[in-house]
Design a protein around this ligand. Structure first.
Ligand SMILES: Cc1cc2nc3c(=O)[nH]c(=O)nc-3n(C[C@H](O)[C@H](O)[C@H](O)COP(=O)(O)OP(=O)(O)OC[C@H]3O[C@@H](n4cnc5c(N)ncnc54)[C@H](O)[C@@H]3O)c2cc1C
Length: 639
């Protein structure tokens, strides 16, 4: 099937204005007749729930943490992009739009990216009004710093805690609505099924994580803002609870999964340091504003203390290969270069999977106090984890799974292919193409939540003749509760020999080795053989202790890993189908002589949207062709 993204026709520059002028509205006094479920209370869900509540809709918001304040968004460090052009260095909406399309290696929908760039400026105003303490310069103006893939400074930040401050802003907006009773918050609740009645999303089934109770909730529309799935690699920078579960349940009910193979491996993370590690730590990309990345030129220098490697024997490989962007080359390119250096036996630190991030020059230039002011909490975090002082000795970093550009397929209105199901933030695929630029995820989450969905959901709601007509007494809701309960009982009954985390680790190894930073037909075929074998083992040999009717984190994790074990296959299938290299998807068969990604625009300039056909059955591929009218397709170069 050929999918239609429903992007407005005509000039992309005015497409969002035109859309808003022509869209159907819901009368203010009718809004309270509609009930909307928002699953997720991170930046996308929190902002969406607050904004829809403010508009007067009845909103039920769900999250599995004990408070919306603890959503994974709180971990975001470096900053949020906007095209304000405060430093007067040449930025504009067009430039942010262009950088994002190019950064994504020309695999995103133009109109969605334009809208993102356009509303980016509103986000900053909104957050400042909420009291988000963005960094300011000496004169009191909002300060900016640079992130990868851009030659302007457009990143607004609050030290290395931008996500936390933005989430507190969204949470305060949400709290206002909770007090006004337009939003009802359901913390400690995990969505385990989407209820679809006659092809339309009508509710969800959840498990209360404290009591184990399984119950359904109806709504006129369901919004998923459930974050990312790179924990499919087991070790990643994401929160431990981040999972594919919510969107995978939607896939199993007919929603299409778009570009699942586009995952971002972030170049600046603390290297793996042990067998029993369960999480990796990101060192924000903002550090590359001042830190210089290098490895020794000679393998025999790799064991030496970095200060003993003379300047002439160091390879500042990003500055050498990409002189115009240098250490701020985009993430996919920087990650691959680090891998190349380590594969060439030039890595440093234990296991030799590490490269240096060195602040000596910056400290000499601006002094340690200034570096501390800019990134102090990141240096503290590095020292706590590695017991090394980043001011005195270069940090060691290595790429790690970080973000998924893929997600549920949505059209311009953030609507999935199931009517009534909308998807926001990292959970959808919409704007980042095959590679996301730094500081653009927070921008997307807040754009979707504050400025897109409050508009784009209205035409759908206005089309519903009888709001609230389908409720929990419908047979589909009852069936959904029974199915969720049956899966929980099944997991508890297996009583095998391996723990959930052991099996998750095995899946992670399969994915990292075969579907990781470099992929080939051979490795992907291997993954497609190994994943179903591991899935079989999971369902015959996993041991989940405890009971269903209590707080049971093993049971929660077992359900999430069970979903990863199905989703992983679709991810490998997508990577195998995409016979080109683009952004974070690097097929070793498709590279230039210099090792750069080689796109195939003629055959692969499309969004791959996969339809689930059953566990272990090859999914069906649908395509949304991508058109580029405002930018010209070009070979992506940062040299
Ligand atoms: C360490 C780190 C640093 C980062 N730094 C930056 C940065 O500086 N700039 C930037 O732009 N981006 C950054 N990112 C990326 C960015 O933080 C995320 O992409 C973004 O916060 C995702 O927001 P979200 O609202 O889509 O999802 P999340 O914040 O992940 O929220 C997901 C929500 O969904 C809920 N949920 C999930 N599944 C279920 C379920 N089954 N049932 C019920 N509830 C569910 C969760 O409880 C949560 O409330 C960083 C990411 C990491 C990991």
């Amino acid at each position: 099937m050929i999918l239609d993204g429903k992007a407005p026709t005509g000039q992309v520059d005015t497409s969002w204005d035109k859309y808003r002028e022509e869209m159907k509205l819901v009368n203010p006094s009718n809004k309270r007749k509609y009930k909307i479920i928002v699953v997720g209370s991170g930046l996308a869900g929190g902002a969406g729930a607050a904004s829809l509540g403010e508009l007067g809709y009845n909103v039920d918001c769900f999250c599995y943490q004990d408070s919306p304040r603890r959503a994974h968004s709180i971990g975001a460090q470096g900053g949020i992009n906007a095209a304000k052009n405060y430093p007067s260095d040449g930025d504009s909406i067009y430039r942010l739009f262009y950088d994002t399309v190019k950064g994504g290696d020309f695999r995103s929908r133009e109109a969605d990216v334009w809208r993102l760039a356009q509303v980016s400026n509103n986000i900053i105003d909104q957050c400042v009004a909420q009291g988000v303490p963005f960094a300011r310069d000496y004169a009191g103006y909002l300060d900016n710093r640079s992130f990868g893939g851009a030659q302007v400074s457009r990143t607004f930040y609050a030290r290395g805690q931008t996500g936390q401050q933005l989430l507190l802003g969204a949470y305060s907006a949400l709290s206002r609505q909770i007090k006004n009773k337009t939003v009802t918050m359901h913390p400690r609740t995990e969505m385990l099924d989407l209820v679809v009645v006659d092809g339309v999303a009508k509710g969800i089934t959840v498990r209360n994580l404290l009591t184990g109770e399984v119950e359904s909730h109806w709504a006129d529309a369901v919004i998923l803002a459930t974050g990312g799935y790179v924990n499919v690699f087991n070790l990643s920078t994401n929160a431990m609870g981040s999972s594919v579960t919510a969107i995978w349940k939607a896939v199993k009910k007919g929603a299409y999964m778009a570009n699942p193979c586009y995952t971002q491996i972030h170049p600046t993370c603390i290297p793996v340091h042990g067998e029993h590690q369960s999480k990796l730590t990101l060192m924000s990309e903002s550090l590359r504003n001042d830190g210089r990345i290098w490895v020794p030129k000679k393998a025999e220098d790799c064991e030496k203390h970095p200060s003993e490697v003379p300047e002439a024997d160091r390879d500042y490989y990003l500055e050498r290969k990409y002189p115009s962007f240098g250490n701020l080359a985009p993430r996919d390119i920087s990650s691959r270069s680090a891998k190349e250096a380590c594969d060439a036996d030039l890595g440093v630190g234990p296991g030799k999977r590490g490269v240096y991030l060195d602040f000596a020059d910056a400290i000499e230039r601006v002094g340690q106090p200034m570096i501390k002011e800019r990134y102090g909490n990141l240096f503290d975090m590095y020292e706590k984890i590695t017991d090394e002082n980043g001011y005195e000795r270069p940090m060691r970093i290595y790429p790690a799974p970080h973000y998924n550009m893929g997600g549920l397929w949505v059209d311009y209105e953030c609507s999935s292919n199931i009517p009534g199901l909308f998807v926001l933030g990292e959970a959808n695929f919409s704007v980042h193409g095959a590679n996301r630029l730094g500081a653009s995820a927070l921008m997307q989450g807040l754009a979707d939540g504050y400025f897109v969905i409050p508009y784009t959901i209205a035409p759908y709601l206005a089309s519903i003749k009888n709001p609230g007509a389908v409720k929990e007494d419908h047979a589909e809701f009852k069936k959904s509760v029974e199915d969720v309960q049956a899966q929980t009982d099944k997991l508890l009954a297996i009583n095998g020999k391996k723990t959930v985390s052991e099996l998750h680790k095995e899946l992670g190894n399969i994915m990292w080795e075969n579907v990781g930073m470099a992929r080939s037909k051979e490795s992907l075929t291997n993954a497609l053989k190994l994943i179903p074998e591991l899935r079989d083992e999971f369902w015959n040999n996993v041991k989940v202790t405890g009971e269903g009717k209590e707080l049971n984190q093993q049971l929660e994790n077992a359900g999430r890993v069970a979903d990863f074990l199905e989703f992983a296959e679709m991810m490998a299938e997508d990577a195998l189908n995409r016979e080109e290299s683009c952004g974070g998807h690097f097929r070793t068969e498709h590279q230039t002589d210099e090792g750069e990604a080689m796109r195939d625009d003629e055959n692969f300039s499309y969004v791959a949207a996969w339809e689930f056909k059953g566990t272990g059955v090859k999914p069906e591929l649908h395509k949304e062709p991508l058109k580029f009218e405002r930018v010209h397709l070009a070979v992506r170069s940062y040299k």
